[in-house]
Design a protein. Structure first.
Length: 167
């Protein structure tokens, strides 16, 4: 199955981590990759390292904020794409967190994502993709799409990101 967690609200990564935990609880083999995110910054990364070992990868450089950062970010994204392709035949589930952010930022191409989807389907590997702005073609292709909608966020009231909540 192809599962997509999208929308402008909080919870896309959290839902993806939860899906991975659920699969692990059923003795499924899970690989988890994160686009954009630097390794060892967020609480879920520490846990995923412990649970998954080499089946967890976060090769990112943070979020893309300046055009001159693009080549470095693209190289990190390519590394994750190749890592994912190598793991698909050997796992029951592959989670690619922030894949849609990488797609909308042109750090990965539609063709690369479509190739991963085809590989996942051909290998009976569940593929979980997260990030804002899921394109219509992906919504059409996916088996399950969940949209997180922000109703209220403490950041808008001036409260900064909180350890254990945002990271």
């Amino acid at each position: 199955m192809i599962l997509v967690n999208t929308g402008n609200g909080k919870g896309k990564t959290t839902a993806s981590v939860g899906q991975a935990i659920r699969a692990l609880g059923q003795d499924h083999t899970v690989a988890f990759g994160q686009f954009m995110k630097r390794d060892n910054q967020a609480g879920e990364q520490r846990v995923l390292h412990k649970l998954l070992g080499d089946l967890f990868l976060a090769p990112g450089d943070g979020f893309l904020t300046k055009p001159e950062q693009f080549p470095k970010h693209r190289a990190s994204s390519e590394k994750l794409i190749w890592w994912a392709k190598e793991r698909i035949p050997d796992v029951d589930m592959l989670v690619l967190d922030e894949a849609l952010y990488a797609l909308s930022s042109k750090l990965i191409t539609r063709e690369e994502l479509e190739e991963l989807i085809a590989l996942a389907r051909n290998n009976d590997t569940h593929l979980v993709l997260s990030g804002r702005n899921a394109p219509q073609w992906l919504i059409n292709e996916a088996d399950l799409v969940t949209e997180m909608t922000e109703i209220k966020h403490h950041y808008k009231a001036g409260v900064p990101a909180q350890e254990g909540i945002e990271f």
